[in-house]
Each structure stands twice: as C-alpha cells, then as structure tokens.
Write a protein that binds this ligand. Sequence first.
Ligand code: HXC
Length: 481
Amino acid sequence: MAAKKLNVYERIDILLDKGSFVEVDKYVKHHCTNFGMENKKVPGDGVVCGYGKIDGRLVFVYGFDFSVLGGSLSAANAAKIAKMQDAALRNGAPIISLNDSGGARIQEGIESLTGFAHIFYRNVQASGVIPQISAIMGPCAGGSCYSPALTDFILMVKEESQMFITGPNVVKQVTNEECDKETLGGADIHSTQSGVANFICESDEECLMTIRELLGFLPSNNMEDAPIHPATDELTRTCHELDNIVPTDPNLPYDIKDIIEPICDHQYFFEIQPNYAKNIVIGFGRMAGRTVGFVANQPNFLAGAIDIDASDKAARFIRFCDCFNIPLVAIEDVPGFLPGIKQEHGGIIRHGAKIVYAFAEATVPKVTLITRKAYGGAYIVMNSKQTGADVNLAYPTAEIAVMGAKGAVSILYRKETPEQQEQRIKEYEEKFANPYCAAELGYIDDIIQPADTRKAIIQALESCRNKNQSNPPKKHGNMPV
Ligand code: HXC
C-alpha cells in the first residue's frame, strides 16, 4: 500500500527548515486561450516556486501541483522555474525540484515545449556549479523526466512516482506494447534496471528527508567546501573488526561495506544507488568531519568485476565529487572487467573507459586502498597511482597482477601437466599474490594492517588536502559517453 501522497506545500514544508519558505510568483497565470484554456486559470499555474533554508543554508526550490492540469508545464510556469534557476546560479545555492508533472502542457503547443528548452539550458549551465537535486513524486513524462536527468541526483517515491518519455497510451499506439505506468517507469525499474534513479524512498517524507541529508554532505556551490562537522570520532581509532573481513581464499566473497562503514566517522556510510550495479558501491561518508566520496568494488556481487552499468555508475559519481571538491577514496578488490559477449557487444570498452577517464581527470584528493585483488586493467582504472592517485595503500592480502594465478598459468603453461601447473600456480602466487612487488616499485605507498585503515586513510587525505592541481587548459575534455 502506497504511503500518503502529500500536496506540494506540505512537501516544501517538510523539505525546508521550519518557516523558512518564501514563495515567489504565486500570482502568475498562464496566457493560453487554446481549447478553452482561458477558463482554466489558477494563481501560480500549478507550480510553486521560492527559496528557503536547509540546515540554515540557502536553497531554491520549485514543486509541481499535479491537481492543476496534471502538473503540466506552461510557458508561464517555465518562466517562473527559469527565474529560480537563474537566482540559484547567481547566488551559488543548490536547487531542488519536486516533480509531479505530465510534461509540456499539450494545449500550449510550442510555447510550453520551449519552456522546457529554457529549463534544460539552465540545468546544463548550472551543472557542476551548484548541486541540482530532483525528487520524482508522481507520474512524470517528457520534459519532466529530462530536466531531472540533467541534474545531479534523482530520488523516486515507491509506488507513487514514475518516469517515462511517453506514457503507456502512446507506447501502445507506437509499439503496440502493453504496460502500465509502474511497469513502464516505476521507482523499482529506475533504481534497479535503468539506473535513472539514485534513491528509492518509501514515502514523500522519506524522500524529502533524504534530500536534506544528501545536501548535508555537499557544498552549496563549486567554489566552496562541503560543511565540516565537528570531528567527534577519534581520528586514529583502530578498527579491529576489520582484521578478519577479507577472506584468505581469493574465491570467497565478502561485503565491502563491512570495510567502508567502520572507517567512516561514527561508522555511518550514506550509500547512493544501492540497488543498481551492485558490483560497485558509491556513496558519502565523513572522515575527520569532512565529506568523502567512496567508490568501492563489491566482491559480494559478480565478484566485484566491473561491467557496463558499474562503469556508468562509478564514473558519474566520481565526476560529481570532482565538480564539488569532494575527496575520493577508492576501495579496490576487483578481478577485472566482466568478460563476455553481452558486455563486449554492449560496449564495455567504451563504458569501462569512463572510470579511468573520470578518476584521471579528477583533481580532488584521491586515495586508494587495495584490500585483495587488483588485477589487469581494472587495477589501472580503479584510481591507480599512475593515473593520478595521490596515495595508494594496500593490505598484506592484496594481490596486484595482470590476472589471477590460475588464469595466468592456464595461458602461459597450458601444455603442462596438472601437477606441473599446480607448481606454476604456487610460483605465480608467491611472485604476485601480495602487495610487496608493487610496493618495491613505489606503486603502493604503504602496506597497512586492516585495523589501521581509518587512521591511514585520514592521514592520506590530510597529506593532500591542500592539493592544488589543474588539468591542461581546454574548453572541456571529450569523455567517452
Ligand atoms: C496537459 C495534461 C498533461 C499534459 C496530463 N494532463 N498530462 N494536461 N498537458 N502534458 C492532464 C490530463 O488530461 C488530466 O486532466 C490530468 O492531467 C490528470 O492526468 P491523467 O492522465 O488522468 O493522470 P494519470 O492517469 O495519472 O496519468 C498521468 C500521465 C498521463 C501518465 C502523466 O497524463 C500522460 O501520459 N500525460 C501526457 C504525457 C505526455 O506525453 N506529455 C508531453 C511530453 S512532451 P483531467 O482534466 O482529465 O483531470 C514534453 C516536451 C519535452 O514534455 C520533451 C523532452 C524530451
């Protein structure tokens, strides 16, 4: 049973600090006279715009009222939204949209369509300058999906919200496929399969509170640092719970979050997109009171191999962190890129290249911890020293090699007997199934005990906090997309 759907004012009330909302343009009406629209005018025209505070910090907000012509976008309310976007950008404050809208108002034709063009343009101009967050809180079609898609984070409310370019009726007409709103673009689909949504929430309240929490990890704009919390968790806290997390058998899985959580301040990790591409984990934590973006392979899912979806998920998050001055910590246990015809034909070459591009391009402090496997190209792309990481650390259990011992022997010594191959595997393991080879060459800065992980990563981040690096001057790079 879906939780109660709130109206747009109730939503804004929960989102913002109590009493801080100031509404703008509440008297604006549309000016359409097609199809009897002159008789369907309401003050505000179905979009509520304004500004207020979250945890005392300025934010701009706009929300659609589905009860007014399906929350459809008129030229008049597009102008209201553009005004908020301009103000947010001018003032370096995040902007939040609460979407509940059937898209461009059909009765207005090109006027409402161009309204979305104005909004999209501003979404792009603001990208990387101020955080843009989109909540999907009802059925959203057309431009009401594409504007969110241009923003940094999308949250959806379970069973209450959907996103699609065209609704089920049009789908039926064009492709003869039968579907309903939920199967076409419900929160479950977008948070597990399409990767469009970053968060799935049980209710309006949870969605709005999640936005508040998310913003707490972010700076208001790209010229600021994220808010610093008092460092009340001991910086040198030893984490003996990490001593036995990584299994000695390289074929056994474990949950990488069992490493991330204990090392964060107060053991709190705020995961993003937990149900999509589970082979990579992304999210925010705080270390020494400061926001850190974690990107970690997940041995519990597909052995942590990097596939197309994981590449997309990680690259976008890395770039977000870099836009907003958030240091990156990569935690690595990766057997390689996921092999297979489906992956190759789907373009794993093009998609996988995004991770290396994103890490190499990022100029924020970058730290890597290798817990176990660091094989092949995946070793390189997961924030290796040679692609620009500041500090690379490894556990004694780390294995840094072109591939695992069995795979290597099956290629190099495939003509030998099983007994000979066993011997070769042992030799290979002795040579490469450890971090010392890489450490001798300076590719690993230090080999640390798991219990010291928190302390070592905080020290590593501290060592590059004042890093001042920029890439060669250019208009912009040409990242593979
Ligand atoms: C005008 C609209 C509207 C729209 C809905 N309504 N969408 N009015 N323009 N775009 C009106 C309906 O006529 C109805 O009015 C009321 O809102 C509620 O809609 P329902 O269909 O009864 O609601 P529901 O069954 O929940 O379905 C919601 C919906 C569906 C799936 C969003 O309304 C729908 O498919 N709408 C059209 C979606 C669409 O194709 N939009 C244009 C996209 S083009 P009454 O008076 O009956 O209550 C676009 C341009 C940018 O946005 C594209 C960029 C890629």
